[in-house]
Write a protein that binds this ligand. Structure first.
Ligand SMILES: CSCCC(=O)C(=O)COP(=O)(O)O
Ligand SMILES: [Zn+2]
Length: 203
């Protein structure tokens, strides 16, 4: 099996698992995986990402333009994935809209970031100190995608990271598909935990 096919299969596996979590409501969400320094696979735009088809992904170049031979259009948010691969050595980038990530982005949107402290799952990010913290930046949801991508790109420097887009969703990237999915799951755990705590405490 060639690299492209292997990467296609890796991304299809992640997509299937996120679909099982129901993290693609209303055709939202987009995923990508790096193939080499010149190209990555990205989900096709506007499709129901719960469905598995032979047209789920397209190969695009480092600027996000479609490479001949693939049906459909690349994700409308491909430029955010371009930022990830252009600025880091990440291998996979995942964007999902969940109710929890939208609620957190709105609750802390004015502060421009949200910090979680003293939660065991923070160890999933490779941070093992007691009472460790993790902070996620929150950016405005610009309708203009090049503007959104430029704002997003300000927070992209490490090979793994995450940015919340206010009342829109989260993009998480990692060195490979395993790491990106692990981090996405850990962030969504923190969001859900935090919201439930706030609700139970009546704040
Ligand atoms: C229906 S959600 C609006 C677009 C969006 O935010 C998204 O994540 C999906 O867009 P795509 O072009 O990747 O399908
Ligand atoms: Zn989106």
């Amino acid at each position: 099996m060639n690299t492209l096919q292997l990467k296609w299969n890796d991304l299809a596996d992640v997509k299937r698992e996120l679909a099982l979590r129901d993290w693609f409501p209303g055709t939202s969400g987009n995923l990508s995986i790096k193939v080499d320094d010149e190209s990555f696979l990205v989900t096709a735009s506007g499709k129901d990402k719960r469905k598995e088809t032979a047209e789920d992904f397209l190969l695009v170049d480092a600027r996000g333009s479609a490479i001949d031979g693939f049906a459909g259009k690349p994700s409308a948010e491909t430029l955010l994935h371009v930022e990830v691969y252009g600025k880091t050595n990440a291998g996979c980038s995942l964007h999902v809209h969940t109710v929890d990530n939208n609620v957190i982005s709105e609750l802390y949107g004015e502060e421009g970031e949200v910090t979680f402290t003293g939660q065991e799952i923070i160890k999933a990010f490779g941070i093992w100190e007691e009472n460790a913290s993790v902070t996620v930046p929150i950016i405005p949801n610009y309708a203009n995608i090049p503007q959104l991508a430029a704002e997003f790109g300000k927070y992209v420097s490490a090979d793994a990271g995450a940015v919340l887009i206010r009342n829109h969703g989260i993009t998480v990237w990692g060195r490979d598909a395993f790491e990106a999915k692990k981090f996405l799951e850990a962030y969504e755990f923190l969001f859900s935990w935090h919201i439930k705590l706030l609700m139970l405490k009546g704040r």
